[in-house]
Design a protein around this ligand. Structure first.
Ligand code: OGA
Ligand code: MN
Length: 295
C-alpha cells in the first residue's frame, strides 16, 4: 500500500484541544501493514495522545502492537503484572479475595510514566476493560496536558533561567507520599526502598526525540528537587512549572469506553486520573514502551 493510501486507512478525528485525536475504523487485533503503521506513528508524533476506539484485543495483540514502537518495560511493582504477561501492568480498584488486582492509585498526581528510570517510557498504551458509569455519565476520565505547548508560552527570561537545569525524579518519594495520602499501598519499608529504582536525574526542559520540540519534563508526581540551585528556588520553580503544564488550554480529558486503547507520549504530555467513581469498578491494563535517555 502506498503512503497516501495508508493515510486514508483510518478515520482520524483531532480533539478541540492542542493534544489528542480519536482513531476509528482501524483494527489493531491483526498486524498493521508498514504504510498504516507509519501513518499511525506520524499521527502519534503530531497529536501525542491517540484513542483507538472500538478495539477487541487479546493480551498478545496489545503486546505485539506495543512492541512495534520499541522495547517493552516491566513494572517494578511486579505483584500487579498480569499473570503470564509480565509486560502488562494492571491498573484497577477491583479486589479479588480481598486483594487488589492492580494499582489502585495510579495517576493520583500529574506525571510522566516511569520518569524515575534513567531510560523512561516513550509511549504508554492503556486498554479499557471495565469503565465506571453512573446515571449515564462515564467516570474515571484520564486527563492529558501538553508539555511542549506549555513550554513554548513561558516567558523568554524564564526559559533562559531553566536552560541546563536538571532535576531529581524519585519513585520512592512518590511511593511514600501516596502511601500516607491515600492508604491503598503499604508503607514503604527500607527493604522495599532498596529494591525499587534509585532516583534518576533528568533535564528540567527536554527535547522531544522525534519532533525536536522543547518540553517541560518535571512533574508533580515524581520530581522532588531541581539540582544546583537553592532549595527555596527549586520549590518556587517547580510549583510554577507544575502550574504551567496543567493550564486548561493545554488539557485533553479522555472519557473512556470499554475497548479503547489509548496511547500517549510521555515526553509531550503528562497525565492524571480522576478518582470520582468509587465504589464502582474500573479495570485497565497497560504496556509501556521504553524511550531514549532524555536530553
Ligand atoms: C497509567 C496511569 C491513569 C488512569 O496507567 O499510567 O497513570 O486514568 N493511569 O488510569
Ligand atoms: Mn501513568
Amino acid at each position: 500500500m502506498a503512503d497516501d493510501d495508508a493515510l486514508q486507512a483510518f478515520d482520524l478525528r483531532p480533539t478541540d484541544t492542542r493534544v489528542g485525536a480519536e482513531i476509528y475504523d482501524l483494527d489493531l487485533s491483526k498486524p498493521l501493514d508498514d504504510g498504516t503503521f507509519r501513518a499511525v506513528s506520524a499521527a502519534f508524533d503530531r497529536y501525542s495522545v491517540l484513542a483507538f476506539r472500538g478495539q477487541d484485543l487479546s493480551p498478545e495483540a496489545r503486546i505485539a502492537f506495543s512492541k512495534r514502537f520499541g522495547k517493552l518495560q516491566i513494572n517494578v511493582r511486579s505483584e500487579f503484572n498480569k499473570a503470564g504477561y509480565p509486560e502488562i501492568y494492571t491498573v484497577s480498584n477491583i479486589l479479588t479475595d480481598g486483594k487488589p488486582i492492580g494499582s489502585g492509585d495510579a495517576g493520583r498526581y500529574w506525571h510522566s510514566d516511569l520518569c524515575y528510570l534513567p531510560t523512561p517510557t516513550r509511549a504508554s498504551l492503556l486498554y479499557a476493560l471495565v469503565v465506571p458509569e453512573r446515571d449515564g455519565v462515564t467516570l474515571g476520565n484520564t486527563l492529558f496536558a501538553g508539555t511542549c505547548a506549555s513550554y513554548d508560552t513561558l516567558p523568554a527570561t524564564l526559559k533562559r533561567r531553566l536552560e541546563g537545569l536538571r532535576a531529581v525524579n524519585s519513585y520512592n518519594a512518590m511511593f511514600e507520599r501516596k502511601a500516607s495520602e491515600f492508604g491503598v499501598r503499604p508503607k514503604l519499608t527500607d527493604e522495599m526502598a532498596k529494591s525499587y529504582p534509585k532516583d534518576a536525574v533528568h533535564p528540567v526542559i527536554r527535547t522531544h526525540p522525534t519532533t525536536g520540540r522543547k518540553c517541560i519534563y518535571v512533574c508533580e508526581g515524581y520530581t522532588t528537587r531541581i539540582l544546583d540551585i537553592p532549595e527555596a528556588e527549586s520549590r518556587e520553580l517547580l510549583a510554577l512549572l507544575f502550574a504551567q503544564v496543567i493550564k486548561p488550554e493545554y488539557v485533553y480529558r479522555h472519557s473512556w469506553r470499554v475497548g479503547d486503547l489509548l496511547m500517549w507520549d510521555n515526553c509531550a504530555v503528562q497525565h492524571l486520573a480522576s478518582f470520582d467513581y468509587a465504589p464502582l469498578h474500573r479495570h485497565m491494563e497497560r504496556t509501556t514502551v521504553e524511550g531514549s535517555i532524555p536530553f
